[in-house]
Design a protein around this ligand. Structure first.
Ligand code: NAI
Length: 329
């Protein structure tokens, strides 16, 4: 029996993500938690004729505890999204506290669940989550994931457009680093199938993958950021985890993880300037991350330059997240 929880289920991402999860053959129970409207979203989804039993919870009456108890997977898209002109870091002041409180609930009520963090800034919210879990003595790095799948999805789509392939899903492109602007490093030199593009096309493609989120923020004119493509990406990641839990082998997703806690992670950490968290291709198994796949030693000189820029931004973002918890009383 698999119980999945969406925290932030009534939002722009939360609703379509919950819809996709309701359609999953792997999920038996789907608990929707939000500070508003979650019973309504749950009632709506509960009419769909798939097996997952859907329930909705608000904070009143210990709703967070009821939602989380018995959870196997918790996905967190709670918090405010960007408006035009904002960076993901501008969301820190509000979303850091939201993530801290939800993770505290997980530490208390479902400490062995897989935790998938969508809330931005991911580069900081995942370190926040790790520190909260450490404080409660329940941190399992193999089960804490920052969801950077949308960067992978964008790189597949935009690369297919540049090289004129009709089906983007044929591409496998590692995207490493973090999840904001120039901390996002697509490794086009390792694309499968291989892509032949000019240096100027490559530069434009890398920039579009790094800043693709801005296209959506601008097009929505103040009404939010990516929601539908993010719901797809979040679902893809949950689906991969549940496939691995069900025994499928060779399941790999790029995700922002605590490197030292996963076999192979220290090798990558030693290539970065000692960063604790990094997005890397990770092989998944029944109990979470099985190993970090080191792609950093194969990158091109051009990509080494991109990585140097990413390291600096990431170090600051990670420190900000850690300090938010470690510096707190
Ligand atoms: P939204 O504003 O539409 O939805 C957020 C939901 O969170 C709302 O329903 C709100 O009531 C709920 N919420 C707020 N505080 C809460 C709490 N304490 N507990 C539970 N729920 C709470 O925002 P949207 O567009 O769904 O984005 C959510 C987050 O996802 C944002 O931080 C956004 O930046 C991030 N995001 C991350 C991406 C990624 O690739 N990781 C891509 C796109 C967005």
């Amino acid at each position: 029996m698999v119980k999945a929880v969406v925290a932030g289920a009534s939002g722009g991402i939360g609703q379509p993500l919950s819809l996709l999860l309701k359609l999953s053959p792997y999920i038996d129970e789907l608990a929707l938690y939000d500070v508003v409207n979650s019973p309504g979203v749950a009632a709506d989804l509960s009419h769909i004729s798939t097996k997952a039993k859907v329930t909705g919870y608000l904070p009143a009456d210990d709703g967070l505890k009821a939602a989380l108890t018995g959870a196997d997977v918790v996905v967190i898209p709670a918090g405010i999204p960007r408006k035009p002109g904002m960076t993901r870091d501008d969301l820190f002041n509000i979303n850091a506290g939201i993530v801290r409180d939800l993770i505290t609930g997980i530490a208390l009520y479902s400490p062995s669940a897989f935790i998938l963090i969508i809330s931005n800034p991911v580069n900081s919210t995942v370190p926040i989550a790790a520190e909260v879990l450490k404080k409660h003595g329940v941190f399992d790095p193999k089960k804490l994931f920052g969801v950077t799948t949308l960067d992978v999805v964008r790189s597949e789509t935009f690369t297919a457009t540049v090289v004129g392939k009709p089906d983007p899903s044929v591409f496998k492109i590692p995207v490493v680093g973090g999840h904001s602007g120039d901390t996002i490093v697509p490794l086009l030199s390792l694309s499968e199938p291989k892509v032949e593009i000019s240096d100027s096309d490559r530069d434009a493609l890398v920039h579009r993958i790094q800043f693709g989120g801005d296209e959506v923020v601008q097009a929505k004119e103040g009404k939010g950021s990516a929601t539908l493509s993010m719901a797809h990406a979040g679902f893809r990641f949950v689906d991969s985890i549940l496939k691995a839990v069900a025994g499928e082998t060779g399941v790999v997703e790029n995700t922002f993880v605590y490197l030292s806690g996963i076999p192979g992670g220290d090798t990558v950490k030693s290539i970065t300037p000692g960063l604790d968290f990094f997005s890397v291709p990770v092989e998944l198994g029944p109990s979470g991350a099985v190993k970090v796949i080191n792609v950093l030693s194969q990158v091109s000189d051009y990509e080494k330059g991109l990585l140097e820029v990413a390291y600096t931004g990431l170090a600051a973002n990670i420190k900000k997240g850690v300090d938010f918890i470690v510096g707190a009383p």
